[in-house]
Design a protein around this ligand. Structure first.
Ligand code: ADP
Ligand code: MG
Length: 454
């Protein structure tokens, strides 16, 4: 477990997200509270329910970004899903319980990979032995022919001892001397088309994996293929690693982890709040909320890895709440999200920082991309400021899409350079305020035009 302190969490988030200090603080506290709870004695642990959070704020100001970055900061199972994806139980589409199945599935896979890494060394050893078996098909006593075929030297051909040959081969194998040689390998063909037909989306809803069920009933599909020794080692090691992993333990561990420290990020939660205006959506939206309630309150959800109790799963929700308010959620659900954090909208000052400061800053991305063409792109301070100012202006005259505006702006700004980069003579390009104005001014001044282009 990464036991980051709240201020360390905020520090990590600061590397990618500008401002929004309240939101960072709230999620940092929530994350730390999970850790705190785990330190308590089990009886008390049971009593402490997670304090779920709603992040509120217009589009493009970092709500989803905070979730994405948070996911990387925690070892806890973390699953992000758009609430708008769900439909009421009994209707076509995804029911809310699928998010529990998904987070468990995700965790099982993560643990499986981790376990496979743990047994990797053993698996490689086994793989080496099996490749040796393939190279020496007659077991430990090679025929004269086999010995000659494998160039194992005089010992083998003179019929000395098979173990000797095997040892020699082993050394050659480990030194990669046999890598380009080919062996016949039975490769399991698990992408069997017959089974594939059954595993459609509908089945997933039942929480039953038909492939798993049928997989054992169907004859194992193996194909004999000629593969290079180096590939054979990898393939066998992978297969062996999969066998060596104790899947029962992985499953129980995954369920336990999800129950104790799982975090589900419900994005776009405002999309399941009534007051919609398309064809009578109120009924089903509220239906989704009603379905969601037991999960957030704590209930048992069956998954193919076992029943998951959702009592202690932390829910973080986010929504723009343009047309609706959090108070339009059904009251029971409102009560389950006691922490509300409002994110502030972004202006030119934040935009200038977003362009340059984050580790993955947009300008750094363009600079790196163009460097591949030998172009040295640079931005002056006033150039950056001008881009940020234009972003703010366009946001206010057309629609406020927050930092997303920067993406469309930058693309338009650098369009010509991106197009001509390979053939540009002067490889040093500096973007200053004048350049920005030249490229964008006409569009910005024409509101209709910017509505379409920027
Ligand atoms: N505060 C911020 N700091 C850095 N980048 C941001 C910030 N807000 C938005 N962005 C950028 O804008 C884009 C959209 O942000 P996102 O978090 O998806 O918006 P929303 O609030 O609608 O979920 C992201 O690619 C992100 O890089
Ligand atoms: Mg979002």
């Amino acid at each position: 477990m990464k036991d980051l302190k709240p201020n360390e969490i905020v520090k990590e988030l600061n590397k990618y997200i500008i401002g929004q200090d309240n939101a960072k603080k709230a999620v940092a506290i929530a994350l730390r509270n999970r850790w705190r709870r785990r330190q308590l004695d089990p009886v008390l642990q049971e009593e402490i329910a997670p304090k779920n959070i709603i992040l509120i704020g217009t589009t493009g100001i970092g709500k989803t970004e905070i979730a994405r970055r948070l996911a990387n900061l925690t070892d806890s199972p973390f699953y992000k899903v758009e609430a708008s994806k769900f439909t009421e139980v009994g209707y076509v589409g995804r029911d809310v319980e699928s998010m529990i199945r998904d987070i468990v599935e995700l965790t099982v896979n993560k643990l499986k990979i981790k376990e496979q890494e743990n047994v990797q060394e053993r698996a490689c050893k086994i793989a080496e032995e099996r490749v040796l078996d393939l190279l020496l098909p007659q077991g430990e006593t090679p025929t004269v022919n086999a010995g000659a075929a494998i160039d194992a030297g005089d010992d083998a051909t003179s019929g000395n001892s098979g173990t000797n040959t095997r040892k020699k081969l082993h050394t050659m194998l480990q030194n990669g001397k046999l890598d380009s040689r080919e062996v016949d390998l039975d490769v399991s063909d698990n992408a069997s088309p017959v089974v594939e037909i059954f595993t459609n989306a509908g089945m997933e809803e039942m929480g039953v994996n038909m492939k798993d069920m049928l997989g054992n009933l169907m004859p194992k599909n193996t194909k004999r293929r000629k593969v290079k020794v180096s590939d054979a080692l990898k393939i066998i090691a992978q297969e062996e690693a999969a066998h060596l992993v104790d899947m029962e333990k992985v499953k129980t561990d995954a369920v336990y982890l999800v129950e104790q420290s799982g975090i589900i990020f419900l994005d776009e939660i405002d999309k399941i709040v009534g007051k919609g205006n398309s064809n009578n959506p109120e009924v089903s939206k509220e239906g989704v909320q009603r379905d969601l309630l037991p999960i957030v309150e704590g209930s048992s959800v069956p998954t193919k890895y076992g029943t998951v109790n959702t009592d202690h799963i932390l829910f973080m929700a986010a929504g723009a709440f343009h047309v609706s308010k959090p108070s339009d959620l059904i009251p029971e659900l409102q009560g389950r999200f006691p922490i509300r954090v409002e994110l502030h909208s972004l202006g030119s000052k934040e935009f200038a920082q977003i362009l340059t400061a984050p580790k993955n800053a947009l300008l750094l991305q363009y600079i790196a991309l163009l460097r591949t063409e030998g172009v040295n792109l640079s931005f002056t301070d006033d150039g950056v400021k001008r881009i940020a100012a234009i972003a703010e202006e366009v946001n206010s005259t057309t629609e406020n899409i927050g930092a997303r505006r920067l993406h469309t702006l930058m693309e338009k700004l650098l369009e010509n350079i991106l197009f001509q980069a390979p053939d540009i003579e002067d490889k040093n390009i500096e973007i200053d305020a004048e350049f920005v104005d030249n490229q964008l001014k006409d569009i910005v001044e024409n509101e209709d035009l910017s509505r379409y282009i920027l």
